[in-house]
Ligand binder design. Sequence first.
Ligand code: FAD
Length: 412
Amino acid sequence: MPQTKYDLIVIGAGAAGIIAAIKAASDKQKVLLLEKLPKIGAKIKATGGGKCNITNTLSNDEFMSRFGKDGRFIRDALYGFDSKSLICFLSSIDVETISKDGFRIFPASHSSSSILEAFEKEIIRLNIDLKCNEAVQSLKVDQNSITNVTTQNDTYSANNFIVATGGLGYPTLGANGDGHIFATDTGHKVTTLSPAMMPLFSKETWTANCTADTIAKATIKINLAKYKKYKATGDLIFTKKGIRGPVVLDFAREITPLLEKYDEVPVLINLVQGKNEEQIRIRIKEELSKQVHLNTLELLQTFIPISLAAEISKQAGIDNMKTFNKLSGIQRDQIIKLLIAMPLSIIGHDGFKMAMITRGGVSLKQIDPKTMKSKIVDNLYFCGEVMDIDGPCGGFNLQWSFSSGYLAGQLK
Ligand SMILES: Cc1cc2nc3c(=O)[nH]c(=O)nc-3n(C[C@H](O)[C@H](O)[C@H](O)COP(=O)(O)OP(=O)(O)OC[C@H]3O[C@@H](n4cnc5c(N)ncnc54)[C@H](O)[C@@H]3O)c2cc1C
């Protein structure tokens, strides 16, 4: 039987590829969606701890500004399909959304599965040919156009092609850099790829004693003269090997390149919601005026969880059962210093294995931001994380995948 000639083949059924396929099929294009894993959207399923932080409530301009110098590149895609359009589209396929903190937006079901189920239904409704367990191995170029793709099973031809294969993070969820190979094979430049948004390892081992609690609104900053401006604030969790949590994810983006230069990167952590020395002294005074005989452990627990309180007393060399009022001035100073600037030396991370995001990708210089089309190959488009663009934590990366996928799917 002769093979169908598709209007569009989308390679990769993640956030970007699914939306691209849905948009093209809604515009009456005959679409083939190829996914190498057994199911679509493996990464979407894992996002936001299974709850899927799809986007956020920022205005488009503010959203773009969080992408730094690349903000301008995302402009057309974002204005064409922003958070409001995404919420509206999801609602049209029966996925209602919710924002509990007024910033991050999730499906109201609190489950990424509800989004995946709705996408699956939409793929069927729009008559998109979906083939899972079908890994694209190569793209054939003829006279500056792609003519077909070859998988382990077959060869498929189309008039247009979208590469939506994602980055390199969490390889178990499908990312393996195939898209970067397709890009270089077709004459595109791929910038240096490095892992971002992952837990960090510390030289100090005491963190293993403090793994039970979340430290709210901790601030981490790099303690190297040249890089003092790098800091991040958010929830922090100590681990057996170092630190993790939302604040660490954003901070890791800055630290990865430094770890290539330095064996260890010293950081200082404010464990007391950004309070300074004077504010801490006032708080201590208030606590002691209420209960004059508080011991050190009890006093510290008015600021931080007990495991960390015990650790800080240990590091300051203080018997934590001792009444705080009876500590020497030097001992008190030492405790306050550790609360506002706990030192830690970052020595590494797990690489791409636990990286939620990849920094680097197909060079933006070779992609037209108005269409997501390659400037080199006539009928080739890119969308999502495979490109050299990444945003911070908080729904930025999924929204970018959806926005760029929606634009690519218009086949402009
Ligand atoms: C654990 C985790 C949690 C995250 N949480 C959030 C969050 O809450 N909010 C947020 O905004 N972002 C989050 N992110 C980031 C976000 O998930 C990604 O930026 C986004 O999913 C990228 O979408 P994509 O479609 O570009 O790539 P992917 O989702 O990686 O999809 C690419 C698809 O292409 C397929 N593929 C690859 N090669 C081939 C091939 N040769 N042939 C066929 N198919 C192929 C892959 O199997 C995969 O399904 C998280 C990431 C991780 C890992």
